[in-house]
Design a protein around this ligand. Structure first.
Ligand code: HAM
Length: 451
């Protein structure tokens, strides 16, 4: 008795340790699988982006997912969160330091320079769609693998009309994704000269106010902003901390400080937006988190919070920052994950394509072979199919057809194989008719598309 008990215990022990040993994998933190149901939205985003790009005449570009990490430290900026905290960097066996791209503006500009695109008719208009990687704290609408669609206008003149064109392109894309309430926030952060003067003004203001507060042992800005004050004072303006937000109300405004060419540029951007009736709200605290911007910066939101759906601006200095010659440019990137999350919250759905699919069912081995060949026949006729050829029971196969919402099932049994016919079953009404095999494609096209 006791011995058996001991054995049982030991068995349980080994069972337990084998359970322990069992490995199971999950997606890395902040990353996720895009399952077929989700992909309906992704497909829609890609086709909407492609239509918009085609209309406004942007050519598609695909840059590598890995770039030299120095491209981002030079282009996006050493003091930015993206470069300082969020890049996935790997060292190659050859000793290179590569980064998973956290964004694509610097890579697209790198490509523009590398391929001598300044010799093409200017400006060059490019768009992209794909995954980007940022090691951020994952939360709602914030992922470590995120998808962006981006539009960039590079080269030519630094004309404000291009700033407006980029904004319109982004707005049209969001509208095409069926998001109606679009809120555009816009600001100008000036040029090298006037911005530097403004930064000094800002630092003076914050140093003075925080110094007198610290005498009273009172902290007026958060720890991050204390650091920003020295490294990147513009970022003091878009801190989300409530104390920091309160204090910035009395800080000098950037729009009062930019030089007159920058002011004129901004005024013209707004006038172009007025012409096409794109509403906007001035936000003097909008500065964006990437170093390459100058003059116009903007972000796009929709109702209900949840972070920006997209953002962009002018980046005339980026080409020089990464070793090229002076090249005016302006662009935008939109976050597909956030747009899709919003659509799902609002239960905005896109038509699944499955409607037009025909289900192929069989009974018996000979019919299974015929069904297999029939699928290829239908492929040649442009008719999409679904099937469950591994199942023998007709009932089980028709259950699958039902779950897949196929409007029509084609059923092949021994008799049909022998008579060279096929049963066409209307899955909604259950009515069935026999048609000769040779006429089946024609008959389905008539039923599905009325052709
Ligand atoms: P960004 O503002 O860093 O700009 O990103 C653009 C959009 O990508 C954001 O508005 C947001 O919708 C989405 N996004 C950013 N980070 C995440 C995340 N962790 N999870 C989900 N979505 C995210 C840029 O990347 C610039 N390259 C835009 C640009 C293009 N400027 C000029 N041309």
């Amino acid at each position: 008795m006791t011995g058996i008990e001991i054995n049982n215990k030991e068995e349980k022990k080994t069972e337990k340790s084998s359970v322990k040993k069992k490995i199971s994998f999950q997606t890395p933190k902040g990353m996720r699988d895009l399952l077929p149901e989700e992909y309906v939205f992704w497909d829609k985003a890609l086709s909407a982006a492609s239509d918009i790009a085609d209309f406004y005449d942007f050519g598609r570009i695909e840059t590598p997912v890995l770039e030299h990490s120095a491209l981002f430290s030079h282009g996006v900026g050493m003091g930015t969160d993206i470069v300082e905290k969020e890049m996935y960097i790997l060292k190659t066996k050859g000793g290179d330091s590569l980064a998973l791209r956290p964004e694509s503006t610097a890579p697209v500009m790198r490509s523009f320079i590398e391929h001598g695109m300044s010799h093409l008719p200017q400006p060059v208009k490019l768009w992209y769609f794909g995954p980007h990687f940022r090691h951020e704290n994952p939360q709602a609408g914030r992922y470590r693998q995120l998808y962006q669609v981006g539009f960039e206008i590079i080269g030519g003149e630094p004309d404000p009309i291009f700033d407006a064109e980029i904004i319109i392109t982004a707005v049209r894309f969001v509208e095409k994704m069926k998001i109606k309430k679009i809120l555009l926030e816009i600001n100008s952060i000036g040029c090298r000269q006037c911005r530097n003067a403004y930064k000094k003004k800002l630092q003076d203001f914050y140093r003075k106010t925080t110094a007198s507060a610290s005498k009273r042992k009172n902290r007026l800005v958060c720890k991050d902003c204390e650091r920003r004050l020295e490294l990147n004072p513009l970022r003091l303006l878009d801190c989300k901390d409530t104390n920091c937000a309160e204090l910035r109300e009395s800080a000098p405004s950037i729009l009062d400080s930019i030089c007159s060419p920058c002011r004129e540029h901004f005024k013209e951007v707004l006038e172009f937006l007025d012409i096409v009736k794109i509403p906007y709200a001035l936000n003097p605290y909008l500065v964006r988190g990437l170093d390459y911007y100058n003059r116009t910066v903007f972000e796009i939101f929709t109702e209900g919070g949840g972070g920006a759906l997209g953002g962009g601006g002018r980046y005339d200095y980026l080409a020089e920052m990464i070793g090229g010659k002076n090249t005016p440019a302006v662009g935008v990137a939109l976050g597909i994950d956030r747009i899709v999350n919003f659509l799902k919250e609002k239960e905005i759905n896109y038509e699944p394509k499955r409607k037009e699919r025909v289900f192929i069912a069989h009974v018996g081995d000979a019919a299974k072979r015929k069904a297999f060949a029939l699928i290829e026949e239908l492929y040649k006729n442009g008719i999409k199919t679904s099937s469950a050829l591994g199942k023998d029971s007709l009932q089980a196969q028709l259950k699958v057809a039902d779950r897949l919402n196929c409007p029509i099932a084609l059923i092949l049994g021994q008799k049909e194989v022998y008579e060279e016919t096929i049963i066409i079953r209307d899955m909604k009404t259950g009515t069935q008719e026999n048609v000769p095999t040779g006429k089946v494609a024609e008959e389905i096209k008539r039923k599905l598309y009325g052709k």
